[in-house]
Design a protein around this ligand. Structure first.
Ligand code: PGA
Length: 250
């Protein structure tokens, strides 16, 4: 048995509009899942989601944050601004940010540190590409990504947040890591945390992400070290997201 309660986070990515969001939020409110939930819309819809989910206990997260404090950084959003807008969480180091916006392990670590400093809970994403997995480098790549973050943010400070293992080859591809493949990496992540801080390691939520769907969620979430999920595509359909939350609630 584990004391960690499950957490399911919706990563809408760059999707949505006010009308569709409203329909999603109405459906979501009508069912009120019994596991912890974080909804991460694009920046411009954060206030809409904050308002719609006020009083539900649901967390609201951004999908990115600047690694710098407020100042002359056109187009960026500071961690304090998110806090000011009642946003409690932020995804950092998503593989799409790493791959398409050149975010290095060091930049991701700085973003996580800024988030913590401002009082946000980071969801730190790690994961290997297909090529790295085929080269047998999965553990090495994931460990280096996590290590960079731990250099700036001790595990105890990361704790209110979560770490998401998202194999790049499983994101949006329909190809899910098997529960055993995911568990193997999750166990290694927890081991890496435990080497520094056993208590924080035992309490840290480790989420799996990559083509999680209502049909495969329960099996993934039943693994010892999988404490919930970061859901992309399937989070855009409220009924599917709610079904995934229900799988986490068991
Ligand atoms: P997916 O995305 O569920 O569409 O694979 C997950 C993610 O990128 O967070």
């Amino acid at each position: 048995m584990t004391a960690r309660s499950k957490l399911v986070a919706a990563n809408w990515k760059m999707n949505g509009n006010r009308a569709d969001n409203e329909r999603w939020l109405q459906q979501f409110r009508a069912q009120a899942p019994s596991c912890a939930v974080v909804v991460c819309p694009p920046y411009v819809y954060l206030s809409q989601v904050v308002q719609a989910l006020a009083g539900t206990g649901c967390g609201i997260g951004a999908q990115n944050v600047s690694e710098r404090p407020a100042g002359a950084w056109t187009g960026e959003v500071a961690a304090e601004m998110l806090v000011d807008c009642a946003v409690g969480w932020v995804i950092v180091g998503h593989s799409e940010r790493r791959a398409f916006y050149n975010e290095s392990n060091e930049v991701v670590a700085r973003k996580a540190a800024r988030a913590i400093e401002a009082g946000l809970r980071p969801i730190v994403c790690v994961g290997e590409t297909l090529q790295e997995r085929e080269q047998g480098r999965t553990q090495q790549v994931v460990a280096a990504q996590l290590e960079a973050v731990l250099q700036l943010c001790p595990a105890g400070q990361l704790l209110p947040g979560a770490i998401a293992y998202e194999p790049v080859w499983a994101i949006g591809t329909g190809r899910t890591a098997s529960p055993e493949q995911a568990q193997e990496v999750h166990r290694a992540i927890r081991g890496q945390l435990a080497a520094r801080d056993a208590e924080a390691a035992a309490a840290m939520r480790l989420l799996y992400g990559g083509s999680v769907k209502p049909a495969n969620a329960a099996e993934l979430f039943s693994q010892t070290d999988i404490d919930g999920g970061l859901i992309g595509g399937a989070s855009l359909v409220a009924a599917d997201f709610l079904a995934i939350c229900a799988a986490a609630a068991h």
